[in-house]
Write a protein of this length. Structure first.
Length: 394
């Protein structure tokens, strides 16, 4: 899998900033009251949420070990800058996305269907903006979860440098809205504090999701879920697809939701060697809302036929840009198709991709009936250059 998802210096810094003290997490278990499988829980703050709010530049909800760290001048400066940038991002992009999604996909937005997001990297931001009511989410990318970091070891100078780098990366993310895998290897793993977990924490906190619990998990070849002490590879879990399971509350709700992130190879060869992810999705994610974007046109190639078949079999509705599913995969009278935006071929980075059928639709006499997209998405991230295809199984 070679998914191009933008993870610039922003996420290297997020990893450095994650104040997730493992000893504290082991000692302070989440405090749950009034638990019910339907109404969920009354949330009580915990170490996972403390860490998420810290790396997101948000103040703590109660007095805890991060309260003192927030008094540092470098964190105060960082928090102010993040608030300013995020406020602009919310106004200029997220609110526009929510309004448009609500008009075009009202039933999808309100749906509590489970959500499948292959080739996602750690992009909780976009998937939760589109599907804010799901019960279970499963994300997957080549990038591994990594360890629980120890940012308490950072000096003030190291923290200051990290925060400054974060601002640079955040501006790039806001501009393009996707991660680039070729950058992610360096950004995620160039320090002793690594992995995708801090990035997910950042987005969850900024999207006002309260983290209730976290568990490292592994999938055996049959797709069975096993609790792990760590997501790092060792002799006890070498055959597993390793990931993390996060239980959280939707904003303003007591209902619980679960997000899985797995690091793994979704090519046919990768699935043949480690079929756990596919078997897990088959057993636990049926009739899903599925999202695919900035996916390197992998599903257009013969090396990803197993993943393409899985998506088509498990999905109730699919929202994809041209880099996800090829049009011929769903243009078979089994799906109701709705086109959006503009299309004039792939970006110059993928000159070997040719979709004459998609191009013909966007150049037809009825192309003026195709609704525009009021924001950029995918590789052609500038306004009025993007495309989306909404597919609903008949």
């Amino acid at each position: 899998m070679i998914s191009l998802k933008r993870l610039s210096p922003l996420f290297l810094v997020l990893v450095l900033l994650m104040a997730c003290n493992q000893h504290a997490q082991n000692k302070e278990q989440p405090k749950l009251v009034a638990k019910d499988s339907v109404v969920g829980i009354t949330f009580k703050d915990n170490a996972y949420n403390h860490a998420a709010r810290y790396i997101a530049g948000l103040p703590q909800l109660d007095s805890n070990e991060y309260t003192t760290l927030e008094k540092k001048a470098v964190w105060k400066k960082y928090s102010h800058r993040v608030d300013s940038i995020w406020s602009a991002y919310e106004k200029n992009r997220l609110s526009v996305m929510r309004e448009w999604y609500g008009k075009q996909f009202d039933s999808v937005i309100k749906s509590e269907r489970d959500v499948l997001y292959p080739f996602s990297a750690c992009d909780f931001l976009n998937i939760y903006t589109l599907y804010p009511n799901g019960k279970k989410y499963v994300l997957c990318g080549l990038e591994l979860v990594g360890r629980n970091p120890q940012p308490k070891n950072l000096s003030d100078h190291e923290l200051d440098v990290a925060l400054d780098g974060l601002m640079t990366g955040l501006k790039t993310l806001i501009e393009r809205g996707y991660f680039i895998t070729s950058y992610m290897g360096h950004d995620l793993y160039s320090s002793q504090l690594n992995g995708t977990l801090p990035v997910i924490y950042f987005f969850m906190a900024r999207m006002n999701c309260n983290i209730v619990d976290q568990q490292f998990v592994g999938l055996d070849k049959a797709g069975n879920e096993h609790a792990l002490k760590s997501a790092m590879r060792d002799s006890s879990n070498a055959s597993f697809i390793r990931g993390v399971k996060i239980t959280f509350q939707h904003p303003g709700s007591k209902k619980l939701a679960t997000m899985y992130y797995f690091g793994g190879d979704l090519s046919d060869g990768g699935i043949a060697a480690h079929p756990g992810y596919v078997n897990f999705v088959k057993a636990n994610f049926k009739n899903t809302n599925t999202f695919i974007k900035a996916a390197s046109y992998l599903l257009h190639t013969p090396q990803f036929t197993s993943m393409k078949s899985l998506i088509l079999a498990q999905s109730h509705a699919i929202l994809t840009d041209d880099s996800g599913l090829p049009l011929k995969a769903v243009n078979d009278n089994k799906w109701k198709l709705t086109y959006y935006g503009k299309y004039n071929g792939p970006t110059k980075d993928f000159p070997y991709i040719h979709e004459a059928d998609r191009l013909a639709i966007y150049n037809s006499k009825d192309s003026n009936k195709i609704a525009p997209i009021p924001f950029g998405t995918g590789y052609k991230w500038k306004l009025n250059e993007s495309n989306l295809l909404f597919c609903v199984k008949k």
